[in-house]
Each structure stands twice: as structure tokens, then as C-alpha cells.
Ligand binder design. Structure first.
Ligand SMILES: Nc1ncnc2c1ncn2[C@@H]1O[C@H](COP(=O)(O)OP(=O)(O)OP(=O)(O)O)[C@@H](O)[C@H]1O
Ligand SMILES: [Mg+2]
Length: 327
């Protein structure tokens, strides 16, 4: 079953026969010692057996993303943004959520969306996926205005841009391993042992090593989100949209996810949007920040510009946030 939060999730693949049974996945050998680990990164060491397959997989993704970047049409003499909102309006009935909002994300950059509850952060992400349409304005994804795209063209966009939902939106009835394997199988060109190694490696990368054989219901919220990130990476997207990746996650997991998102940007040149309340997280990741307030993009600029801003509403948001998250 798919979760109601993901209106576009593919059909539940639980009916398919899995060539990697859950009990077999449970029996996977775990690394016995640090010596068995391949130190690709201080925070996310990969085990020796899976490192080459994962590194090859990531190199392939990085190459695709470089090509995707070059494919974005120029605006004037400069390369255009990968994602943008231009004068976007959105209401539900009489309730105005977005009232002339504009911002952009350049290819390979990370934008953090900040703002109080209910300001339209998730609605903005849903529009970028084509799940919601703006009443007015232009929504550019992969350099194309998607507002008039039909469902078939939106499917193409959703192959390029993946969203990581707060609850993970995993398939409940299949194992964690099969959830991550799902996009790999859809490609149709990977051998079973490659799939197995990439799944294992991606789970190691996101900090949930060895959980292939568990069901999503066995996992905590943070772990589900990590698995959702692994599944998103398995589809080799050009861009990832994260909806509050650190909410209900312990500080260690939040730190790991922050490092991971940063590393994905550096390694894969991934374009990312991160909705977050966590200013430390935003500081670590953001090339630019958009602060939504009462229907408007009250601030859009770099983190340094935001910190230097004299805007009282913005400063109040930042100071309240530092009260919630001291130091
Ligand atoms: N499909 C919908 N139909 C009607 N109203 C909606 C719909 N989706 C969102 N809204 C409303 O739009 C407003 C913005 O919602 P949104 O989920 O984007 O907030 P948010 O900024 O993500 O808040 P939070 O930080 O709490 O997640 C809310 O008042 C919400 O109730
Ligand atoms: Mg939200």
C-alpha cells in the first residue's frame, strides 16, 4: 500500500516475487571490524564488498547530473535556474497560501525554505512535483515550465526530481531492501548482485546499514526517512526535495543527514530544496534561503544576507529558532 501522502507513488510492488528474500537479507554478513570498512568518508564508511559498486553507481549519477546541468537553457547570457517560482499564486478556496512568490535554485545548488507552520512550504514542494498547480505564475523544473504539463510529461519530471516525504512514504508491505531496490529494478539493466550491492551500500551511506530485511513498520521515523533518501538516490535523480528531513530525528541522525545532503551536492552535483525549521541545518547546507511569510517570499538571498538582514519579522523568526535550538 502506498501512503496517502504520495499521490504519485508507483503501484505497490509487494505482489512481485522478490529474488532477494527477506530472511536471506537478514543473514547478510555485517562488517566484523573497522579494518573491513572502506573509508570513503569519515561519517559514512562503506564496507569493502559494496564500495566499488556504490562508487560506480554514484559516478554514473554525477555524470548524468553534469549533462543535465548543461541541458538547462540559458537566460540572457547566463545559464538559467534548474528550478524557479515566478510570481506564483495559490489559494484553497478563500484561503490565500502563496501570494506572488518568486525564487530560484541554480543547478547543483541547495535552497532552504524557511517559515512558520502553514505558510505553504509543503504546498510549494507539491507544486514542483506537479501534484498541485498554481492559480497563476510560472513553475520551472529542469528548466521547463511545468504548469501546463499533462500527466505523462509530469511523470518525466518526476523521474528527474524526487521528493523525500516526512514519513518516508515507503511501501509498507515490502522490505526496506526491496523499497530501495525498486527504482533499480525499474531500470532493467542491472544484474541482481549489482542491485544487492548498491542497495546495501546506499543503506550504509544513509546510516541504516544492515536493515535490508526489515519492514518499514519496524523502523523509527528517522530511519524511515533515511531509507526514503536511499530510495530517492537509487533513482539517480537530478534534484531532491526534502520536506523537513530533521523533524523527529535525534541530533546524531540529523547531523548525519546534514552531512549526507551536503556530500550528495558535492559528489553528485544534486540540486536540492530542503524545507527545514532547523537553522543550523540550513546554515550547513544552504546556498540560498527563501523565507515565506504571510503568502510572500519575505526574504530570498544567501545565508549571509539573511543574517545581515534588518527585517524584524525575519530576525524574530531566527531568534525564536535559536531559543528552540540553543547554541
Ligand atoms: N490540498 C489542500 N487543500 C486545502 N488546503 C490545503 C491543502 N494543502 C495545504 N493546504 C493548506 O495550505 C496551508 C499551507 O500548507 P503547507 O502544508 O504548505 O504548510 P507548511 O508551511 O508546510 O507547514 P508545516 O511547517 O506545518 O509543515 C495550510 O493552511 C494548509 O492547511
Ligand atoms: Mg509542511
Amino acid at each position: 500500500m502506498t501512503t496517502p501522502e504520495d499521490p504519485n507513488a508507483p503501484k505497490d510492488p509487494s505482489a512481485q516475487n522478490s529474488p532477494v528474500p527477506a530472511n536471506e537479507q537478514n543473514e547478510q554478513k555485517q562488517p566484523d571490524s573497522e579494518a573491513e570498512r572502506h573509508e570513503t568518508d569519515e561519517n559514512t564508511p562503506l564496507t569493502v564488498e559494496v564500495a566499488p559498486a556504490v562508487e560506480e553507481f554514484m559516478a554514473e549519477a554525477a555524470q548524468q547530473n553534469e549533462a543535465a546541468k548543461d541541458a538547462i537553457p540559458d537566460v540572457g547570457k547566463k545559464q538559467g535556474p534548474y528550478i524557479s517560482f515566478s510570481h506564483v499564486f495559490k489559494s484553497f478556496g478563500d484561503f490565500v497560501v502563496l501570494n506572488d512568490v518568486s525564487f530560484f535554485v541554480n543547478p547543483g545548488e541547495t535552497l532552504c525554505i524557511l517559515g512558520r507552520s502553514g505558510v505553504g512550504k509543503s504546498v510549494s514542494l507539491q507544486m514542483l512535483m506537479g501534484f498541485l498547480k498554481p492559480d497563476k505564475g510560472e513553475v520551472l523544473v529542469a528548466g521547463e515550465d511545468i504548469t501546463r504539463f499533462n500527466e505523462m510529461k509530469l511523470q518525466d519530471i518526476r523521474r528527474k526530481v524526487t521528493m523525500v516525504f516526512q514519513n518516508g512514504a515507503l511501501f509498507d508491505s515490502i522490505t526496506v531492501g526491496e523499497n530501495v531496490a525498486f527504482p533499480l529494478r525499474e531500470r532493467g539493466d542491472l544484474a541482481e548482485d549489482q542491485i544487492f550491492q548498491v542497495v546495501r551500500g546506499l543503506l550504509e551511506m544513509v546510516g541504516v546499514a544492515g536493515m535490508e530485511g526489515l519492514l518499514p513498520s519496524d523502523l523509527s521515523t528517522g530511519m524511515k526517512r533515511s531509507v526514503a533518501i536511499a530510495r530517492a538516490l537509487a533513482s539517480q535523480p537530478e534534484a531532491v526535495l526534502y520536506d523537513e528531513p530533521t523533524t523527529m530525528v535525534d541530533p546524531l541522525m540529523a547531523h548525519l543527514l546534514g552531512d549526507l545532503i551536503k556530500r550528495l551536492k558535492q559528489q553528485l552535483h544534486l540540486t536540492s530544496i530542503v524545507v527545514t525549521h532547523d537553522m543550523r541545518f540550513a546554515k550547513k547546507l544552504a546556498d540560498r534561503v527563501v523565507f515565506l511569510h504571510e503568502g510572500k517570499a519575505r526574504f530570498f538571498g544567501t545565508m549571509e544576507e539573511m543574517e545581515a538582514s534588518k527585517d524584524e519579522i525575519l530576525q524574530e523568526f531566527l531568534s525564536l529558532d535559536s531559543l528552540v535550538l540553543p547554541g
